[in-house]
Ligand binder design. Structure first.
Ligand SMILES: Nc1ncnc2c1ncn2[C@@H]1O[C@H](COP(=O)(O)OP(=O)(O)OP(=O)(O)O)[C@@H](O)[C@H]1O
Ligand SMILES: [Mg+2]
Length: 259
């Protein structure tokens, strides 16, 4: 392919060159920067401490897997990384912007343009075709109809589903639905892709296709954070963050050849 549909040319180079560890003050801001983040849910008169002081920096072009036992705070963390939720304490910066301090309307607009989400259960609109599902976030962002149609087809072809553009979700396999959901997540050229158990509903072979697609996406410059119980997916990432009881207990590079 001569060009990738993921980024504008101007941002492509910036996204592609990973920063050296000692990058100076003129370097791009980290894609994600969390400082002492906590998230407490109030349940009646009890507090649930889902996150207890998480600090994390993710640089442009990184591919990070978040693992840990059920209930340790992974989805809570992902919602904060995507500006869907706000921290109870600490700060969350996405591309340098303090999203916890934004008004709701501004956070929604920021999320639409900067973050793509992929979920375990796909969440496609059942009455819309694959192409129309991919077009939705572009319509919300105000893109004209001809442009969003062309771009939706380009993205469906990127995920290998151009021939299924007119199928509705019920007329697609699980793996195909997830690929449509990934194309939708990429609609507005987000710098950051967040995924919560994206292979959780898929069999091993179909899951492996999603792992391969994420690999290609990251190779093409998209920063990825994926929550997963899937060992294959976790080991496809370059870096693994392990959580337990609302904290990060390990953060390191993934060793090649370890499973
Ligand atoms: N909206 C909420 N209100 C109250 N408590 C919540 C809420 N969401 C999550 N929790 C609690 O916060 C803790 C962390 O939940 P979270 O969903 O982040 O876990 P998780 O690591 O994603 O688990 P799983 O692997 O099962 O998806 C859990 O104890 C959960 O019960
Ligand atoms: Mg979860």
């Amino acid at each position: 392919m001569s060009h990738s549909p993921l980024h504008e040319e101007s941002t492509l180079n910036a996204e592609r060159s990973p920063l050296p560890a000692d990058a100076g003050p003129s370097a791009d801001p980290p894609t994600l920067q969390l400082s002492a983040v906590s998230r407490t849910y109030r349940m009646g008169d009890a507090d649930v401490h889902a996150l207890r002081g998480v600090s994390l920096t993710v640089r442009p072009g990184e591919y990070v897997a978040v693992v840990g036992p059920s209930g340790c705070g992974k989805s809570t963390l992902l919602n904060l990384l995507g500006a869907v939720d706000r921290p109870t304490g600490g700060t969350v910066r996405i591309r340098g912007e303090d999203v916890g301090a934004m008004r709701d309307r501004d956070a929604t607009a920021f999320r639409l343009r900067n973050v793509g989400f992929v979920f375990q259960r796909f969440y496609l609109m059942p009455t819309l075709t694959a192409r129309e599902n991919v077009e939705l976030p572009m319509a919300e962002a105000g893109l004209r109809k001809v442009e969003r149609r062309a771009r939706a087809l380009e993205l469906l072809s990127y995920v290998g589903l151009a021939v299924r553009a007119d199928h509705r979700p019920a007329q697609l396999s699980g793996g195909e639905q997830q690929r449509v959901a990934i194309a939708r997540a990429l609609a507005n050229r987000p710098a950051l892709l967040l995924a919560d158990e994206p292979t959780g509903e898929l069999d091993a072979r179909t899951g492996a296709e999603i792992v391969a697609l994420f690999d290609r996406l990251n190779g093409d410059g998209t920063t990825i954070v994926v929550v997963t119980h899937d060992e294959k997916l976790a080991h496809a990432a370059r870096r693994m963050v392990r959580m337990a009881d609302g904290r990060i207990v390990h953060d390191g590079m993934v060793q090649e050849g370890h499973a």
